[in-house]
Design a protein around this ligand. Sequence first.
Ligand SMILES: Nc1ncnc2c1ncn2[C@@H]1O[C@H](COP(=O)(O)OP(=O)(O)OP(=O)(O)O)[C@@H](O)[C@H]1O
Ligand SMILES: [Mg+2]
Length: 505
Amino acid sequence: MAGEGCPIVEFRHISKMFSGVYALEDVSFSVKRGTVHCLLGENGAGKSTLIKILTGVLKEDSGSVFFDGEELKDRDIWITRRKGIGTVFQENSLVPHLSVSENVFLTREIRKRSGVLDFEKMKSETLRWSKELGVTLDPSAKVKDLSVAEQQIVEIVKMFSQNPKFVILDEPTSSLSDKEIENLFSIINTMKEKGVTFIYISHRMEEIKEIGDDASILRDGKYITYIEDVKTMDMNEIISYVVGRPLVQIYPERHAKIGDVCFAVEGLADNTFVKDVSFNVRRGEVLGFSGLVGSGRTETAKAIFGVSKKKNGKIFKDGKEIKIKNPTDAINHGLGFLTENRKEEGLFLNKSVSWNTVAASLDKIKTNGILSKGKERSEVNKYVEKLKIKLPSIDRAVKYLSGGNQQKVVFAKWLMRGSCIYIFDEPTRGIDVGAKTEVYKIINSLAEEGNAVIVISSELPEILGVSDRIAVFREGRLVKFLDAKDATQEKIMFYAMGGKDNETA
Ligand SMILES: Nc1ncnc2c1ncn2[C@@H]1O[C@H](COP(=O)(O)OP(=O)(O)OP(=O)(O)O)[C@@H](O)[C@H]1O
Ligand SMILES: [Mg+2]
């Protein structure tokens, strides 16, 4: 058995190419025992590829991997799992029509001594872990009926229930609420005390600072640097390693002129949760929707857009009432909605980037009624450039893009469609720090062109950085408007948690 001093994982000269392009090029580094080692890098830098190589999902072209002092040749996911490597992959790997506990114990079912499956035990184990994560999961529920956040919890429960000694988390918090993230972090800390080691991947620098010990940075498939202590290193310095240049200003300056009200909602209610929501947005204005996860922001957007049924309420565009019964009506009235659940609602993974981008706006690329390939290519390339989508060709199937680059494709699709009222739900989720700024610039330029933009975000600095005005939601109601100029994180939280105007923030 390897001694305490030797690293638990060591990558030696790992290279991997996809169709002639390096996804990883001669990457060498090691992970110290009992640490949370952060793996940082822009979208497409090679983080997930490295994880897949370690776990044996992908095979390296050259180089070697050592685990616990032993070279792991010919590994696959089963072998590495038996060695004690537990992974939460970036993409959901659950079986939708199976129940939560069936998924958690898939291929390693617990049996009674008689050999029959011990369903009760599997359910109680699932419950125990989900409680630790601070969620109430029904072990018998079918995975396909769960929200994205719940599915992410199932993945985490599944991994922890395998009792791993080495844990890889590839953007585990992308759909979790603050509370769930806090619980996850406390589990990580407890397990770390017991000697478990972690590789942690996230684009949220605040998280890295909170949970990380040391870090490795990848850029364009190359190993850039090792950071011994992420907690004490200046955030801007970390970011400049990640993006390869200093990022002076994350939130770009805004110059949009705010005009007349162009969109208004009055007394909106849906059949379940949203009650009496009223607001308006002006041309050139960015209205932020803030509040805790589950406060009704996404539900409000869905009811407006006709994804869910409205029980009450009127919608006005340029002062005239409009009827939106389904998303097609919404689109015809010039609304665009970038949903938070992009995997399910946004993309056809087997189709090309180009196909996905133009799918919703075929009329735009027609010349005299005929689809023009040339126009399609030039339009798509325009957005690929604007959003800095990293890909070898727009004919590439979307499934071969890194997670963050897939999200940029959904973004491109909505931009190309060209709306006049945009609703963006968590627009920068999974998108790297450098590209976040690009997304903010796009939001600004949409506003500058005279469109109205609604941004839903759980990240308070982001809401404060992009909005002109902030609507705070709580328990399905819009409880407060704040001018971004006078708003602070504390003020938003005060109202989001139920504070009233006659109390002090
Ligand atoms: N199966 C595949 N076939 C072809 N190219 C691939 C494949 N998997 C990954 N790539 C490419 O390899 C590069 C690295 O991708 P990877 O998924 O490792 O990035 P990442 O750092 O995890 O990014 P993100 O932060 O967006 O998740 C990307 O350019 C991606 O398009
Ligand atoms: Mg990735």
